[in-house]
Write a protein that binds this ligand. Structure first.
Ligand SMILES: Cc1cc2nc3c(=O)[nH]c(=O)nc-3n(C[C@H](O)[C@H](O)[C@H](O)COP(=O)(O)OP(=O)(O)OC[C@H]3O[C@@H](n4cnc5c(N)ncnc54)[C@H](O)[C@@H]3O)c2cc1C
Length: 285
């Protein structure tokens, strides 16, 4: 059961930020509440004041400027899976959004809530990494922009300062000729494993690649070294290279044994899903 709570509904970033500063540990940002209310109900998190950021108009916008898609932090997963602009600009991201949980959670949960909570078992962040996405954070002190890669720090840990909120996410297009795919494995609603691949092919050879893996370790990560290794190879040679990279993947991803599977199983399936994602990215889906 939840105790009594005060609900604040600021309409500007400055008001929300000063409420966070004034109430400190007693105040928490509340967007869809899909995670927050669950944690509070189970007693894992205490708060007296909820700072509901959904009245801030900017946080609901989806716009395209200079071909970069800008998604407000309070846009829901359900909107993102169906929005025509998002589907055209970043089809693998829209697909990943359609795979989140179930329609109830997708209607309630927001992109900002998902990225700021930084649960390792999440979908959107992995695909956003192959788009080289960045996030804008705001407070009374102004705004700053960070690469998503630098925003994710560790399990449930991000670069957000205590008085900051996420305002929006910028998603650049993939380079011309590059196509992508997202693959996930799940036993329950949350993913056990998610991988994203983007490829630019030239005469059957990988001219440029981007790879990312989520859920296996503490945070979603790009596989920069592996990208360099598979560039200049055919898809079948690239899969062979992937199969030989167990120790690189183990050191980078730091997989753990948990209820979703052993570390060895997750590493093995990372190779399988990456291979599958390469095939699908080549076919453009
Ligand atoms: C049953 C279930 C199944 C799920 N399955 C999946 C899945 O398959 N894939 C997946 O990716 N996710 C999954 N999730 C997670 C879900 O996507 C996230 O819970 C949701 O997106 C969180 O968004 P929210 O708006 O509800 O955040 P809230 O619960 O409101 O907030 C979550 C956290 O983020 C902070 N926060 C929220 N918005 C901001 C902001 N703008 N700036 C700064 N901090 C902010 C809050 O203070 C809080 O700490 C699942 C969740 C549930 C409950």
């Amino acid at each position: 059961m939840l105790g009594s709570l005060q609900l604040l509904q600021p309409t500007t970033v400055g008001e929300a930020s000063s409420a966070l500063r004034d109430f400190s540990e007693r105040g928490k940002i509340y967007a869809g509440g899909a995670e927050l209310l669950l944690l509070m109900r189970h007693g894992f998190l205490q708060a007296e004041i909820l700072v509901d950021v959904k009245k801030i108009e900017r946080l609901h916008r989806i716009t395209s400027d200079d071909s970069v898609l800008c998604v407000g932090a309070c846009v829901t997963h359900r909107t993102l899976e169906a929005d025509p602009l998002v589907r055209e600009h970043a089809p693998s991201f829209a697909y990943a959004e359609s795979q989140v949980a179930n329609v109830r959670v997708r209607n309630q949960g927001t992109l900002g809530g998902n990225l700021c909570f930084n649960d390792p078992h999440s979908d959107p962040g992995t695909v956003l990494l192959v788009h080289n996405a960045s996030v804008t954070l705001g407070s009374q002190r102004g705004e700053r922009k960070l690469q998503l890669n630098d925003f994710f720090l560790d399990v449930y840990e991000t670069a957000l300062e205590p008085d900051e909120l996420m305002l929006d996410v910028q998603i650049p297009p993939l380079p011309v000729g590059m196509t992508s795919a997202y693959r996930r494995l799940h036993r329950f609603q949350r993913p056990t494993l998610g991988v994203a691949a983007a490829l630019k092919m030239n005469d059957g050879i990988i001219a440029e690649s981007r790879l990312a893996v989520g859920c296996v370790g503490p945070k979603a990560q790009r596989l920069g070294e592996l990208e360099t290794k598979i560039n200049g190879n055919s898809i079948s040679d690239a899969k062979q290279i992937l199969a030989e990279q167990k120790s690189y993947l183990r050191d980078l991803l730091r997989p753990v044994d948990d209820l979703l599977g052993s570390a060895d199983y997750k590493l093995y399936m990372t190779g399988v899903l990456l291979g599958d994602a390469l095939d699908r990215a080549e076919r453009g889906r």
